[in-house]
Design a protein around this ligand. Structure first.
Ligand code: PBG
Length: 337
């Protein structure tokens, strides 16, 4: 006969392992390390001094010179890769964004300099035209403002080749044109750049969390009231993201990305489980500034929430995280060790 009474003692006491710091550490399933981070940085030509980005507290647009100590800090902290984003002079912006392919342009010069000074630091370059177009879209537009797929890819290929020839270790197409990964791989291979890796922004959603980034690269006013709904994924969709990732992997992506981060952890987990590829999350500008703003109001403990958020990416399956908090987090990890 079974007793109908509840057991006198809980059959499992899960709190047993949670009781002490040592026992909690022993069973911790996921860990953060500086090796998990990719640090996005903004570069500019105009001013020598770093310029603060108003909507991204603690983030600056750097000149080549002022970027060097930042890169050095990444190396010292063990951050493996930095991702470069340009704030291009407005007089260099054109409808076709052709400055993106200039071998003497800002990004190739920054890449060459960084590779010379810090050969062990990985360099990632964004492949997309929005910092270079007068209309702020990621590609070439027709008379109705529609972004043309195949015409855009022709420019993106040249942009990626320029970055790779300057010494970029990773090219990262963030434009969401169909078929661009294969065409970028092709032009790199044609030029014997077989070791240049492709980080595909595969599941990139049409998100309003990108606002502060657009301020930082100076594309907000160019974009005006238009949006990127005809090429980035609808936030309502899940299955579509898997088609994007599958296509990018089939075309030769070495790493794939889900973007934004925290609101899209469901997609991240499924992409990791489904494809088993090196999978990254981008904690985007809007996510970063939300934490900063709440902390500035004294409403949350910034560092605790930051570290928790970053750890949650790991739990959800990320192999790494692009985050504006990389340096802050890596410093904290050093102290905690
Ligand atoms: C450009 C690009 C964007 C971001 C990275 N690359 C903005 C966009 O698609 O409008 C956003 C990053 C961030 O918000 O931190 N193609």
């Amino acid at each position: 006969m079974y007793s109908l009474l509840p057991p006198k003692y809980p059959t499992q006491r899960l709190r047993r392992n949670r009781r002490d710091d040592f026992s909690r550490r022993l069973v911790q399933e996921n860990h953060l390390s500086p090796s998990d981070f990719i640090y996005p940085v903004f570069v500019q030509d105009e001013q020598k001094e770093p310029v603060a980005v108003a909507s991204l507290p603690g983030v600056f647009r750097h000149s080549i010179e002022s970027l060097l100590p930042v890169a050095e800090e990444c190396v010292k902290l063990g951050i493996p890769v930095i991702a470069l984003f340009p704030a291009v002079d407005s007089n260099l912006k054109t409808p076709d964004g052709i400055e993106a392919c200039n071998p003497d342009g800002l990004i190739p010069r920054v890449v060459e300099r960084l590779k010379k000074e810090f050969p062990a630091l990985g360099i990632m370059c964004d492949v997309a035209l929005d910092p270079y177009t007068s209309h702020g879209q990621d590609g070439i537009i027709d008379e109705n403002g529609y972004v043309l797929n195949d015409e855009t890819i022709e420019v993106l290929r040249k942009q990626a080749l320029t970055q790779a020839q300057a010494g970029a270790d990773y090219v990262a197409p963030s434009d969401m044109m169909d078929g661009r990964i294969g065409r970028v791989r092709e032009i790199l291979d044609d030029h014997d750049l077989i070791y240049t890796k492709i980080m595909a922004y595969s599941a990139k959603y049409a998100s309003s969390f990108y606002g502060p980034f657009r301020d930082a690269v100076g594309s907000t006013s160019n974009l005006g009231k238009s949006n990127k709904f005809t090429y980035q994924i609808d936030p309502a969709n899940r299955l579509e993201a898997f088609h994007e990732v599958a296509a990018d992997i089939q075309e030769g992506a070495d790493l794939v990305m889900v973007k934004p981060g925290l609101p899209y952890l469901d997609i991240l987990r499924e992409v990791k489980d489904m494809f088993a590829k090196p999978t990254f999350a981008y904690q985007v500008s809007g996510e970063y500034c939300m934490l900063k703003a709440a902390a500035a109001n004294g409403w949350i403990n910034h560092n605790a929430v930051m570290m928790e958020s970053l750890l949650c990416f790991k739990r959800a399956g990320a192999d790494g995280i692009l985050t504006y908090s990389a340096i802050e987090a890596a410093k904290l990890l050093k102290v905690m060790l």
